[in-house]
Design a binder for this molecule. Structure first.
Ligand SMILES: [Zn+2]
Length: 246
């Protein structure tokens, strides 16, 4: 394989690698976004289960307190009767104390029932909104599942096809050239660079004049001393003068 052939094969490889990188990134993004939405949904579902249990506990406590208050009301009635029946001052005082204590306990419980009601209302509201959010996300995922899988399948197929194409290109290259290219590509994301004016087009550093002179004299593959990419000379492309059309 001549140097000119090696250069054009490396160019093909660089194109294939750039395409693979794009497809690979798109594939990773799609997968990440899908798994992120799924884990968001899972987190919402866990939260719903927890919030529902909390709501049930609050409602249960509230019911318990309501029953307690009812019992206390009966006791208050009972105390009132006892008060009416009491004959001595001592008896009256004792019953009054009992009555006041009961009234205080009842008020406390009623306050707590009020707080629990507020608690339950806000818990129910937040549960409603989380359930709505989860429902929306679940239906979105459900509706798009087919489309997402199709897209992932297409990207997978495209990645596989491009990988196969790359393997074919690699086979044609002398292994030493490929290894040099691929080592830099692994580190820097791309392995091939050109120079037209004495600077490396990939890292924009100036090449030593001797090296540039050597590259320009005849087709040759070298490595950029700054970025280590495989580098070769590319003749300047004549830019069409738009005024020439007129
Ligand atoms: Zn360079």
């Amino acid at each position: 394989m001549t140097i000119v052939e090696q250069i054009s094969t490396l160019e093909e490889l660089a194109v294939a690698d750039a395409e693979l990188k794009v497809v690979g990134e798109e594939l990773a993004n799609e997968r990440a976004s899908l798994s992120q939405r799924k884990s968001t949904l899972r987190a919402l579902e866990e939260r719903i289960t927890k919030d529902r249990a909390h709501l049930v506990a609050v409602e249960k406590l509230k019911t318990d307190y309501i029953i307690e208050v009812r019992t206390m009301m009966q006791q208050v009635d009972h105390s009132r009767d006892k008060m009416n029946r009491s004959r001595t001052e001592r008896e009256t005082n004792a019953v009054t104390r009992e009555f006041e204590e009961l009234r205080k306990l009842m008020r406390d419980r009623e306050d707590e029932i009020g707080k629990l009601s507020t608690d339950a209302d806000s818990a129910r509201q937040s549960l409603d909104s989380i359930e709505a959010e989860a429902k929306l996300l679940a239906s979105e995922l459900g509706e798009n599942e087919g489309a997402i899988n199709t897209k992932l399948g297409m990207l997978d197929a495209s990645f596989a096809a491009k990988s196969a194409l790359r393997a074919e290109i690699v086979k044609r290259l002398p292994s030493i050239v490929f290894r040099r290219y691929d080592q830099v590509r692994g580190k820097r994301g791309s392995g091939l660079a050109q120079t037209t004016d004495g600077t490396c087009k990939a890292c924009h550093m100036s090449l030593p004049p001797q090296l540039f002179h050597k590259l320009r004299r005849e087709p040759m593959l070298e490595q950029c001393p700054s970025c280590a990419r495989v580098i070769y000379y590319q003749a300047p492309v004549a830019i069409a003068d738009p005024a020439a059309k007129a």
